[in-house]
Write a protein that binds this ligand. Structure first.
Ligand code: LLP
Length: 424
């Protein structure tokens, strides 16, 4: 793991020059001087390729899980590539509609949808509402009528334990999400929904977790769903999201196409009727590898135990290492082809010892204060989970492609940070 950064972790088509890295034909060093650091850089071609791959691999209605990374440019891109957009809150719904995505391409999720969120979705005319629980059915009963119908799926828990971190595992029985198949809650929910005038129930949905490398959990889930719906006249089965991505050297994940093929084979094996739409909601597998984060090294502290390399961001722009113990790599943008023999801990600028971006990172021996470094595969659940801890402004986000860069989200300012403070 001390060789140069593997190209497979960078966006498609990235090139390691001798003293720079090109992404989408754009120099990372130039991007840092133009937009400042920390900076999220997304390669548009990689985003489009993955979105189009998902649209091809699954049936119409397959959605991009916007919680993984959302801004207007991303919502439009996913829509243009033929995907629906999955939103899990009123806030996500609002942004996607502001971006100009037609409501008829939006799917509303959420384990605790408020009346306001349901009303907004109904008023806009979303494509699907994924019904999560009995209380939601009660709320819908008051909002829906034959004149104001909704199209929905019912979210069920298949009782499958995915091989992933327990915080991002959701298919097991002991979960806050969805109707249990085992207890009969799902059958009862379906009966209630079917009895409601104005509700069109199209099928079932399950999501077993996230960052999953092995396809067997998905296959098992689809088998269970297939058995459950046999004899019903559902026209959609959605397997949720969750396909993993490689974050560090040595990891390998199935492609979206391989994921879909395994599921199609299972759909045939369990006898899902040929007309049943096989759907999914990938997030991470579309955006993770398309993005990277640029940081400037501010200080290096050499101890006998270890060396700390501190950069100008941290847990506010990437909370995943702290939350899930997730691993990342780092490379020196000005020395991308150099060996990385120096073992360091990459840390941020927050007032916590836990503010670690890469616990055991490798950098070239020459990397010094003032140099530009980058962590690849930060396109998913980085910006979308960013915070203002220590009143650190959120980084800017740029999209690159064909040798050009465009700002998608400008850097936050101190004025932005104070706008909610009524006494400031
Ligand atoms: N569909 C549903 C219903 C979901 O809950 C999720 C993710 C997805 C689709 C998209 O899953 P993906 O393809 O991105 O794995 N913050 C965590 C991940 C939380 C995932 C939540 N739900 C992380 O940074 O790893």
């Amino acid at each position: 793991m001390t060789g140069p950064i593997p190209l497979a972790l960078l966006p498609d088509g990235a090139r390691l020059a001798s003293e720079d890295v090109l992404v989408g034909g754009v120099s990372l060093r130039e991007l840092a001087s133009r937009y400042g650091t920390p900076l999220f850089v997304y390669d548009e071609a990689t985003l489009r390729a993955r979105a189009a791959e998902a649209a091809r691999a699954f049936d119409d209605g397959v959605a991009f899980a916007s919680k993984s990374f959302l801004c207007a440019a991303m919502a439009r891109l996913a829509h243009e590539e033929g995907l629906c957009i999955d939103v899990a809150t009123g806030g996500e719904l609002d942004l996607v509609l502001r971006a100009g995505v037609p409501a008829s391409r939006v799917i509303l999720h959420g384990n605790n949808k408020s009346v306001e969120e349901l009303e907004a979705a109904l008023g806009a005319g979303v494509h699907r509402v994924v019904v999560d629980n009995e209380d939601e059915i009660g709320r819908l009963a008051k909002l829906v009528s034959p004149e104001r119908p909704i199209n929905c799926l019912i979210r069920v828990t298949p009782g499958v334990e995915a091989h992933t971190h327990e915080f991002i595992r959701t298919g097991q029985e002991d979960t806050k999400f969805g109707f249990s198949l085992a207890s009969g809650a799902a059958r009862r929910g379906i009966a209630r929904l079917r009895a409601m005038p104005g509700v069109r129930l199209h099928g079932v949905h399950a999501h077993i977790g996230s960052q999953i490398f092995e396809l067997d959990g998905f296959v098992e889930t689809l088998r269970i769903l297939g058995d459950f719906v046999s004899g019903d006249d559902f026209d959609e089965v959605c397997i949720g999201g969750g396909l993993g991505v490689a974050y560090v050297e040595g990891e390998a994940a199935p492609s979206i196409t391989q994921w879909a093929s395994a599921l199609r084979e299972t759909a045939r094996a369990v006898g899902l009727p040929a007309g049943t739409r096989l759907l999914a909601e990938p997030g991470r597998s579309i955006v993770a590898q398309a993005g990277l984060t640029l940081y400037r090294v501010g200080t290096i502290k050499q101890l006998t135990q270890r060396t700390y390399v501190a950069v100008d961001g941290g847990m506010s722009d990437n909370p995943r290492p702290v939350l899930y113990g997730s691993g990342y790599e780092v490379f020196d943008v000005g020395r991308p082809r150099a060996e990385r023999p120096r073992r360091v801990r990459l840390v941020g600028k927050h007032c916590e010892s836990g503010d670690i971006i890469v616990d055991e990172a490798h950098l070239p021996a020459e990397t010094a204060v003032g140099d530009l470094v980058a962590t690849p595969v930060t396109g998913a659940y980085g910006y979308s989970m960013a915070s203002n801890y220590n009143r650190v402004p959120r980084p800017a986000v740029v999209f690159v492609g064909d040798g050009r860069a465009r700002l998608a989200l400008r850097r936050e300012t101190f004025d932005d940070l104070s706008r909610l403070d009524v006494d400031a």
